[in-house]
Design a protein around this ligand. Structure first.
Ligand code: SAM
Length: 309
């Protein structure tokens, strides 16, 4: 069945974007006392070791979270007389993301990388709820075991079910406040259409929920269409939206002198939110240029930020 395992990708540039947005959104929603329900439709294993076999094989975190932990390289002054450009203070959203990573790594560094379930649980209050869906049998068992260690009782429920098909049963939650993270692996081409169906159904059931969708930016028509169609959906429903993307390198296939071709790996990804916090645009406007600068791997590194509604 599925071959995607998030452990190979934990802490990569896409996780940095997704989790930075997730934390900024969640912290805003937690400013109100009323209970919040967080639904994570594609939860993964919950917690990862970046020095473990999986993450070590791909080394993706080295180009992601680990880069943010390195001191910034000061740009060489253009002329002898010019003063070196002072590094701007870290944007608040990035600082908050790194503070959460640091909470899981009290000795420093990032040997342990929290996935979305652990990030969310870490920030939730006792009266908030977390519903987790993970379909991969191995990751679902690992998630169960990781969550059991938290002894969180009724606060967290784990379902070894299809998140697209089952997660809307929790909408609307009793407190009528929810954040839904939809973060599929897009291993199947049909995932793009299923995201649209899921968000459409969720909005019908609970129009005031906050929805956050992660997607890969790859040369595939479905990937380009997804944010456009989400924007149309939000606009038709009269809902506000925010779209943030981060590109770290070119998407061109590299051809070696031997004629061998090499895929570049994931070059970019995006987050599309419906009913985002009103504070998020300013936070991401400060964070995205810094992320593009610090995580960029070639001169194609860039970002975009758009919002409406
Ligand atoms: N949200 C996680 C995080 O940020 O740490 C990462 C999730 S990973 C990108 C996607 C996960 O979805 C994988 O673990 C995969 O096994 C799981 N998955 C794939 N199809 C699913 C489905 N239909 N329902 C629930 N989980 C699914």
């Amino acid at each position: 069945m599925f071959s995607y395992r998030h452990a190979f990708h934990a802490g990569n540039h896409a996780d940095v974007l997704k989790h930075t947005v997730l934390i900024a959104t969640l912290e805003h929603l937690l400013e109100k006392d009323a209970a919040l329900t967080v639904v994570d439709t594609h939860a993964g294993a919950g917690l990862y070791r970046l020095d473990g076999d999986y993450a070590g094989t791909s080394g993706e975190a080295a180009q992601g979270v680990l880069r943010l932990l390195e001191p910034p390289v000061a740009a060489a002054p253009a002329k002898k007389a010019a003063a070196p450009e002072a590094e701007a203070p870290l944007a608040d959203a990035i600082a908050r993301y790194l503070a959460v990573i640091a909470d899981f790594n009290p000795k420093g560094g990032a040997k342990v990388y929290p996935g979305s379930p652990f990030i969310v649980q870490h920030l939730l209050r006792e009266h908030d709820r977390l519903k987790l869906f993970e379909l991969h049998p191995t990751d679902s068992r690992t998630l169960d075991a990781n969550i059991a260690q938290l002894e969180a009782g009724r606060q967290i429920a784990v379902f070894s079910e299809d998140g697209f098909g089952s997660a809307t049963k929790f909408l609307p939650p009793p407190s009528r406040r929810a954040l839904v993270l939809c973060d599929p692996s897009y291993e199947l081409k049909t995932d793009y259409g299923r995201v649209l169906d899921f968000v459409g159904e969720a909005l019908k059931r609970f129009a005031t929920g906050t929805y956050a969708v992660w997607y890969p930016i790859i040369p595939r028509p479905e990937a380009h269409d997804l944010p456009r169609r989400l924007k149309t959906m939000a606009t038709k429903a009269g809902k506000s939206w925010l779209h943030a993307t981060l590109t770290v390198k070119s998407s061109k296939i590299v051809t070696a002198p031997t004629g061998e071709t090499r895929r570049p790996g994931l070059p970019a990804s995006g987050m599309f939110l419906i009913n985002p916090p009103y504070t998020l645009k300013a936070q991401m406007a400060a964070a995205l240029p810094q992320l593009a600068k610090r995580l960029g791997q070639d001169r194609n590194a860039t970002f975009s930020l758009d919002a409406g509604g």
